[in-house]
Design a protein around this ligand. Structure first.
Ligand SMILES: CC(C)(COP(=O)(O)OP(=O)(O)OC[C@H]1O[C@@H](n2cnc3c(N)ncnc32)[C@H](O)[C@@H]1OP(=O)(O)O)[C@@H](O)C(=O)NCCC(=O)NCCS
Length: 210
């Protein structure tokens, strides 16, 4: 893993466009997402996942899903978990949780939130500007669906939402030991900005300019 801290100027390189899969619907109607890389046994027959944005009634389902995924991790500490209170506040403050379903089965999620001064301070990235920055977090894929590139594909959708909100930067943090998420973020052209010693351990701060 390349952990070298890159200069902030590197962020301004042109971002190569990725294929966007499906449309994010502002009215929160389900959206079909084509899955292009289907190498998982479970997904062999599935051609589409359906994405919709979570509402407050989905929080318990999210928490069950989180518990399920965390229980399957080899190192639980790689994942910072979210509480009901945190998720409720995130939604109240305009944050978005994407949920991806294969029929009725929740298979993945990714969230993004905005205007978090606390996070900008914590990650020492105030120079990006509160009004220009979105925070990426809460990405999970059901273990039996791992290996289908879902984190990256969910990330393409979240970028559309972030752009719609008029933001320029997306910031993600990841443990240096989380090789899977790290690789997916770097493949999606996030750039390592710094490595911080945080209360939950070492975290790489990665930034993508849209
Ligand atoms: C990070 C995460 C979402 C990636 O899932 P994904 O998009 O399905 O991963 P990929 O498709 O890129 O998987 C690539 C390879 O890594 C493997 N892999 C992915 N996540 C893995 C994990 N947590 N443990 C072991 N292997 C994993 C896949 O099986 C696949 O292997 P293959 O190439 O032999 O088929 C998933 O690991 C996860 O839900 N982790 C728990 C939550 C978490 O850590 N979130 C990130 C916080 S920053």
């Amino acid at each position: 893993m390349n952990r070298m801290v890159l200069l902030f100027n590197n962020l301004f390189e042109k971002i190569k466009k990725h294929g966007i899969l499906g449309q994010v619907n502002k009215t929160n109607q389900p959206t079909n997402i084509s899955i292009s890389k289907m190498n998982g046994v479970t997904l062999q027959e599935a051609k589409k996942l359906v994405m919709r944005l979570a509402v407050k009634d989905d929080i318990d389902m999210f928490l069950d899903f989180q518990e399920f995924v965390v229980a399957k991790l080899a190192k639980n500490e790689l994942w910072g978990t979210y509480s009901k209170r945190h998720l409720g506040k995130l939604m109240d403050d305009g944050g978005v949780i994407q949920l991806y379903f294969n029929d009725d089965e929740l298979v993945g999620c990714l969230m993004v939130w905005f205007d978090s001064e606390e996070e900008l301070n914590e990650h020492q990235i105030n120079h990006l500007g509160l009004d220009k920055t979105a925070i990426y977090g809460g990405v999970m894929v059901s273990p039996k669906y791992w290996g289908n590139g879902l984190q990256r594909q969910m990330g393409f959708e979240i970028e559309r939402i972030v752009k719609e909100r008029g933001k320029t930067f997306i910031v993600a943090t990841v443990s240096p030991d989380n090789e899977w998420s790290y690789k997916n973020l770097v493949d999606a052209r996030y750039v390592v900005f710094s490595e911080l010693n945080m209360s939950k351990g070492k975290r790489l701060v990665l930034i993508k300019e849209l």
